[in-house]
Design a protein around this ligand. Structure first.
Ligand SMILES: *Cc1c(COP(=O)(O)O)cnc(C)c1O
Length: 232
């Protein structure tokens, strides 16, 4: 099932690229494997996927230990400071930095292992109070503060758009994130590159790509519905 779903998602990604005059190789598909068993990840892996997204540090750690080392792990979930130490050595990108305190903890752990940790700043574009992410008004000053940390590198922005029935309703959100990244890039801040825009999930990744996403995070569309009840 995973293989067929992947095929379908990849062909939709390609179609969205075509519609918007973009190259498919400029969009990275992250298979969001949170709550899903090793066997399903292996199925996606054998179909060629190397980018996987997890939202729980402990779960990422457990999967990391048993799966091939050429996988790139993406931490996409809200990160508590006391869990940063599990993530920094294993993740290739942390998508969910939304405070200076969190960035400082990442910097501290990265220093210990001589790593410069690539991160995205998570923006709460829609100002949903149930969601993580910094508001757009505070984004610039957070970026300036984080840019001074030596073992953290800002590589772009991430957002989680609201759940909507019709993905068109999120187009404006994606457009706003894209515009923010253009504005920030123009400021030429040391240690900040605006190369990655992580936006779009199962329900809205096609519109996100049309609006400039370079990473889309698709879980349900690849692995099927999640059953949180089965989690230990
Ligand atoms: C779970 C999750 C996803 C994937 O959601 P689907 O709707 O299953 O594609 C993407 N991004 C984040 C941050 C998530 O937590």
């Amino acid at each position: 099932m995973v293989k067929e779903n992947l095929k379908e998602v990849i062909s939709r990604v390609e179609a969205a690229c075509k519609r918007s005059g973009r190259k498919p190789e400029d969009v990275t598909l992250i298979a969001v494997s949170k709550t899903k068993p090793i066997e399903m990840i292996e199925e996606a892996y054998s179909a060629g996927t190397r980018e996987f997204g997890e939202n729980k540090p402990q779960e990422m750690k457990e999967k990391y230990e048993v799966l091939p080392k050429d996988i790139n792990w993406h931490m996409i979930g809200t990160l508590q400071r006391n869990k940063v130490k599990y993530v920094v050595p294993r993740a290739s990108l942390i998508h969910s930095v939304d405070s200076l305190k969190l960035a400082e903890e990442i910097d501290k752990e990265a220093k210990k292992i001589n790593k410069v940790m690539p991160v995205l700043i998570e923006v709460n574009v829609a100002k949903e109070d149930t969601k993580a992410g910094i508001y757009t008004e505070e984004l610039m000053s957070l970026i300036e503060d984080v840019s001074r940390l030596e073992n953290v590198q800002i590589k772009g922005l991430m957002t989680i758009a609201p759940y909507v029935e019709n993905q068109e309703e999120n187009r404006e959100i994606f457009r706003t994130l894209k515009q923010l990244s253009v504005d920030i890039a123009e400021k030429n801040i040391d240690n900040v590159i605006m190369q990655i825009l992580s936006m779009g999930m199962t329900n809205d990744y096609e519109v996100a790509i049309e609006e400039g996403a370079t990473m889309v995070r698709v879980g349900t569309g690849i692995f099927g519905e999640r059953n949180y009840g089965n989690l230990s």
